[in-house]
Design a binder for this molecule. Structure first.
Ligand SMILES: [Zn+2]
Length: 161
C-alpha cells in the first residue's frame, strides 16, 4: 500500500512535457500490474478478507476439501490471518469447554495446530481415495474395453488365456 502510494507520487512528479508520455505509460503499466495481481490472487489463493470470513466455517468444519487447502495454504503464510484464526479458535473452544463443564485453563495453541494437521490429513486421505477411485475406474474401463474388443473379435484376448 505504501509502495503503491510512493509509485503514484512518483508518477505525479513526472509532469514535465517530456516526461508526460512516460508517466502515462507508467500509470498504464501500474494498472496492468494491479489487474494481474488481482487476477493471480483470485486464481492462486484467497484474500485476507475471504480467509477471515471462512474462519467460522473452518471451526464448524464446514469447508470443502478444496476450500480447506486454500484456507490452510493462506493461514500458513499469513501471520495476521493465523492470529485471527487462533483467537477465534480459542473463543470457540472455550465456549465449548464451558458448555461441557470442563475448565479451559490449558494451552490451546498446540490444539489448533493439531486441529489444522488433522483436517489437512483428512484432505490428503480424501485425495488419495479419489486417486485410487480414479485408478479403479480407469482399470474397469480398460477391462470393459478389452471385453468389448474380445467380444467383437477385434482383439480376441480370451484366445490367449
Ligand atoms: Zn491473510
Amino acid at each position: 500500500m505504501v509502495q503503491r502510494r510512493a509509485e503514484k507520487k512518483e508518477a505525479d512528479d513526472g509532469r514535465t512535457a517530456a516526461e508526460k508520455i512516460s508517466a502515462d505509460l507508467r500509470k498504464q503499466r501500474e494498472r496492468l500490474l494491479q489487474e494481474l495481481k488481482k487476477r493471480r490472487k483470485r486464481e492462486e489463493g484467497l484474500t485476507h478478507k475471504e480467509v477471515i470470513d471462512m474462519i467460522p466455517r473452518y471451526l464448524s468444519d464446514d469447508l470443502s476439501d478444496r476450500e480447506l487447502v486454500a484456507f490452510l495454504g493462506h493461514i500458513n503464510g499469513c501471520r495476521d490471518c493465523y492470529e485471527e484464526l487462533e483467537t477465534m479458535f480459542m473463543v470457540d473452544r472455550t465456549i465449548h469447554y464451558l458448555d461441557d463443564g470442563e475448565d479451559g485453563s490449558f494451552d490451546l495453541t498446540p490444539e489448533l495446530i493439531r486441529d489444522m494437521e488433522h483436517k489437512l490429513h483428512r484432505v490428503q486421505v480424501n485425495q488419495m481415495l479419489r486417486k485410487f477411485r480414479a485408478a479403479a475406474a480407469l482399470f474397469s474401463f480398460f477391462m470393459f474395453s478389452m471385453a468389448v474388443l474380445d467380444f467383437f473379435g477385434i482383439f480376441p484376448i480370451s484366445r490367449f488365456l
